[in-house]
Design a protein around this ligand. Structure first.
Ligand code: GLV
Ligand code: MN
Ligand code: MN
Length: 583
């Protein structure tokens, strides 16, 4: 039986021999990594192997990639693969392709190799380690073939490391079962959607309520007492051994954007639920009440109101929002009443700051920073502030065929200028980003000059002064564009939230837990908004980021992570909870 201890204790030659199949036909990687022994954990062994490849020459990296077989290629058909590759390709059914699939893969292999000069590499055992479907493999192949060579080279190397990770798990007899359970739960929730063709879980829709019910069931099964509050937050409490203890809270949101990813928000709810199940199974209580809070709304999709769930807990819920209407003219107040919630009880949700020890949120990074550094986890230093507006432009609708170009008051053309203004103003700012995510011509027709156009603005920066200066410039620019074009302009502010620093004392404890897992502590800011921003009005906050795959894409169904990363995040969060100190 191979263990980290036996790998640390054996000779260099035996170490290389033990890791023989981990990197395809490339024993030099283990030979060099052997010099970095002893390894504190599997995570540090993986990092050492990865660093060896990162430090290698480009020719060595290309040789590593070229040592891999094509998927369902000639070597596979001829039975000439390594035992590891044979097993992996079979786990995805690549040995049972239809004639059409073989033809597709054959053409893709040839095209890919011609473009990039190395074979397409994909860890076909996938994010959970249980195997991707052939359809998923072909879809990934078709998508990645459009990448630039530089991006694809880095992605191919990351896939090589993922293959190595899965092979190392098999060698050491390790299964990231906690991470796999959490990913399976995300899959279950991902199937509950407002839209048949994608994952959309907007506030207080039937899918949203069913999602809440699933979460509540899992919390109860994990040994928590559960209540759903008047704004739909699902709150699971794992009571301390002694009554009267203060509360340490964790959690995230369960609503999603339209056509969103499965892990955004949900990971931060389900990971601690799985940990509580472990604690409960071994009869272990914590010295504080642990609450796992599934916040009902963070994304602002249905009522353009963000952080509904966490603002209620923080005592900053804006009751005027009860009159906000969705696209079907249903008010927020009515949506709550129809779901059986009593809006009169919202004020009572607010927590007493004196009862709180802190709030820690686990979240998928939703960006490429950890992925590019090859790190599964990061400690968030601060969360970027954000300004959001809705802009309504009014021009004059008139005939597309008869109105001379110089006589038009085209609201969509003004909006187009505004989109470019936002892009231009935010392009060179310091950690500044600006987005027009909604843009529409209400009741537009092909043959009518747009008389109205609505667009959204989302401007964010880590530094509040940088963001506010950009907002001022953009709003002034919009006025100038509208004046020049004879367009009316109405501006509605949807959100203004300052950047939120994470509490150094909680960051230090999270960082210690990360290091305890054999990983370096790496701090990074969050560009995305999170419930922790509102919870910071109530108590100290910290966040743990988990690496996001597929180039770091999020707010997209391609958002992905691995069971291994979820698992190590769970171990780190558990250590943080067990070692938590209120100093
Ligand atoms: C939430 O996901 C946001 O940052 O918009
Ligand atoms: Mn989101
Ligand atoms: Mn989120």
């Amino acid at each position: 039986m191979t263990t980290i201890q036996s790998l640390n204790a054996c000779s260099d030659a035996d170490f290389v021999d033990a890791l023989r199949g981990i990197y395809e036909h490339s024993p030099w990687i283990a030979a060099r990594a052997a010099q970095a022994r002893p390894f504190a954990s599997l995570a540090s062994l993986k990092l050492a192997l990865q660093s060896t490849v990162d430090a290698a020459s480009i020719d060595e990296q290309l040789a590593l990639l070229r040592a891999h077989p094509e998927l369902a290629g000639k070597a596979a058909i001829a039975g000439a693969l390594t035992a590891e590759s044979t097993d992996e390709q079979a786990s995805s059914g690549l040995d049972r392709c239809t004639a059409h699939e073989y033809a597709q893969l054959h053409a893709l292999n040839a095209d890919y190799n011609g473009r990039f000069g190395f074979p397409f590499i994909l860890a076909v055992k996938g994010p959970t380690g249980r195997g991707l479907t052939r359809q998923a493999i072909i879809a990934t192949f078709e998508r990645r073939i459009g990448n630039t060579r530089g991006d694809e080279l880095r992605e191919a190397l990351r896939q090589v490391h993922r293959i190595a990770e899965i092979r190392l798990n098999a060698l050491l007899g390790i299964t990231p079962s906690l991470g796999a359970v959490v990913m399976d739960w995300c899959e279950v929730l991902g199937a509950l959607s407002d839209d048949e063709s994608n994952l959309t879980c907007a506030y207080m829709t039937p899918a949203h309520r069913r999602t809440a019910a699933h979460i509540a069931d899992w919390m109860r099964a994990a040994g928590m007492t559960v209540h759903v509050d008047a704004v739909g937050n699902v709150v699971g409490r794992y009571a301390a051994a002694q009554p009267g203890a203060k509360t340490l809270a964790t959690g995230s949101h369960y609503d999603t954007v339209r056509d969103g990813g499965k892990y955004d928000g949900r990971l931060g709810i389900l990971l601690p639920v799985a940990l509580v199940a472990e604690l409960h199974a071994r009869g272990q209580r914590l010295p504080y009440d642990l609450e796992v809070i599934a916040f009902s709304e963070e994304e602002g999709v249905r009522f353009r109101s963000t952080f509904l769930g966490s603002s209620a807990l923080a005592g900053s819920f804006d009751m005027a929002l009860l009159d906000a209407v969705d696209s079907d003219a249903v008010t927020l107040g009515d949506a709550l009443a129809q779901a059986g919630h009593d809006v009169a009880s919202i004020a009572a949700i607010a927590r007493d700051p004196a009862s709180m020890l802190g709030f820690v949120e686990v979240h998928i990074e939703q960006g490429p920073v950890l992925l590019e550094r090859g790190l599964p986890l990061g400690v968030v230093s601060a969360i970027a502030g954000s300004s959001r507006y809705l802009v309504e432009l009014s021009g004059v609708a008139s005939h597309a065929g008869t109105t001379p170009m110089g006589m038009r008051r085209d609201a969509a053309a003004a909006a187009a200028e505004i989109v470019l203004l936002v892009e231009d103003r935010c392009r060179n700012g310091d950690a500044l980003v600006g987005t027009v995510g909604q843009l529409n011509v209400p009741a537009g027709s092909v043959n009518v000059i747009p008389g109205a156009c609505r667009l959204s603005l989302d401007i964010r920066a880590a530094d509040d002064a940088v963001r506010l200066a950009a907002v001022d410039d953009i709003l002034a620019g919009i006025s100038a564009i509208c004046t020049r074009r004879g367009i009316g302009e109405k501006l509605f502010k949807l959100l203004e939230i300052d950047a939120v620093p994470c509490a150094p004392r909680l960051m230090a404890q999270l960082g210690a837990a990360v290091e305890g897992a054999g990983l370096p502590r790496f701090d990074l800011p969050s560009g995305a908004g999170h419930d922790a921003m509102r919870m910071a009005q109530l108590t100290d906050v910290a966040m743990l980021f988990v690496r996001c795959g597929n180039g770091g894409i999020s707010h997209n169904p391609l958002e992905t992570m691995t069971a291994d990363d979820a698992d190590i995040a769970g171990r780190v969060l558990l250590d943080f909870l067990l070692d938590f100190s209120d100093n």
